[in-house]
Design a protein around this ligand. Sequence first.
Ligand SMILES: Cc1cc2nc3c(=O)[nH]c(=O)nc-3n(C[C@H](O)[C@H](O)[C@H](O)COP(=O)(O)OP(=O)(O)OC[C@H]3O[C@@H](n4cnc5c(N)ncnc54)[C@H](O)[C@@H]3O)c2cc1C
Length: 422
Amino acid sequence: MDRRTFVQAGAALALTGGSFSARAARSAKVVVIGGGFGGATAAKYIRLLSNQQIDVTLVEPDKQFVSCPLSNLVVGGSRQIGDVSRSYDGLARNQGITIARDYVTAIDPAAKTVQLAGGTTLKYDKLVLSPGIDFNFASIDGMADAYKQGKILHAWKAGAETVALRRQLMDMPDGGVYAITIPEAPFRCPPGPYERACQVAWYFKNFKPKSKVLILDANQDVVSKPALFKKAWEDRYKGIVEYRSQHKAVGVSADEGLVKFDVQSDVKADVINALPSMRASKIAVQTGLANMANGRWCGVNYRTFESAVAKDIFVIGDAIQVAQLMPKSGHMANNHAKVAAAAIVAQLSGIEPNPRPMLTNTCYSFIDDRNVVHVASVHEFVVNEQTFKVVPGAGGVSAEPTELEGSYANNWARTIWADMLE
Ligand SMILES: Cc1cc2nc3c(=O)[nH]c(=O)nc-3n(C[C@H](O)[C@H](O)[C@H](O)COP(=O)(O)OP(=O)(O)OC[C@H]3O[C@@H](n4cnc5c(N)ncnc54)[C@H](O)[C@@H]3O)c2cc1C
């Protein structure tokens, strides 16, 4: 065992309380759907925690992992998409995970099988589902067509669309308006839209100073780090950023460059970046796992992340119905994954899962290309309420944006990518 493997194995033991690996079921098969923050981490930690005894297949259609965290810097132009992209090869090479580059079209919870678009059927003993989110395009009239034509983007899954949004901003003449519409919470990454507004404002300030950023927010107020974001807009981006709360976009017209609202008058913009409301990804919904919030999110037993409606299926990441103050973040998905992985290995080894798991979260937001603020929290599983609650006094927010936090944010990204992919 080299030093890194030793350290990882130690962390793995700490997660479960220690004594399982020798007893881990040797022939058990786990299938993981989705190679994002949740799925890739779960696949790796099931291998680590079972001392490589459990057979793990990760199903992911994308050739490489592209990180949403830091992708707003690609929109702003201070990073390239290659800077936030990583290979899946390490999971196969270092952890012995089978990677199926395919797409799951159906799950049969009774037969315990997963159907792949390529024609293969995989059998599982335990299934981990971390498929992320899909969009309710119908929440914004005209969005589906405008999106199909590539005229109005969300760029809320990092990749080609992130680059396309960057291109729209570069093509926009100086003096133009960029408008971002934000749906009612909960949505993927609470600070993400406000960070994106900062990145576009940074670009305009430096390269297109006559241009404007309009934030059209369906919520009562900025959903995350409100004081820090508002101060940044006032101090650094005065005259560039305008924030409007309680503006719920109900329609868009790409040809007229309009965002439409129920009550307020229409807003004109050159680049419209509309975020439709979100829900658990299609495969979770079609399998009947999205049993909460009118069929939007998947209910889980928070102690293990096993689905509330299907035995032996564990749902993690953005697709779940969150506990109190739990953000839909990559950091959280990574933590869900470790709790679920430990519970799966424990169950397959015939031992009790950890009765009191803990989770942590830190979300960094870039205010410009270097200065960063963060919000952090610790969440403990409260046994008599069977849910996670924030630990009072743990965590907190930055006092102000600093370059030092910028270096923390870059290191956070490098560390979490390595934790999930190497
Ligand atoms: C602009 C932006 C900035 C962000 N910044 C941060 C940040 O700074 N810090 C932070 O912690 N979080 C951040 N986030 C949030 C973070 O990206 C998400 O919370 C995280 O990606 C959730 O992980 P997940 O595993 O649930 O989903 P994802 O990471 O989206 O992974 C889902 C995977 O499942 C695959 N998949 C879906 N359906 C299927 C299927 N049927 N078959 C096979 N595979 C399938 C997809 O291809 C995808 O790779 C940001 C998000 C955005 C949009």
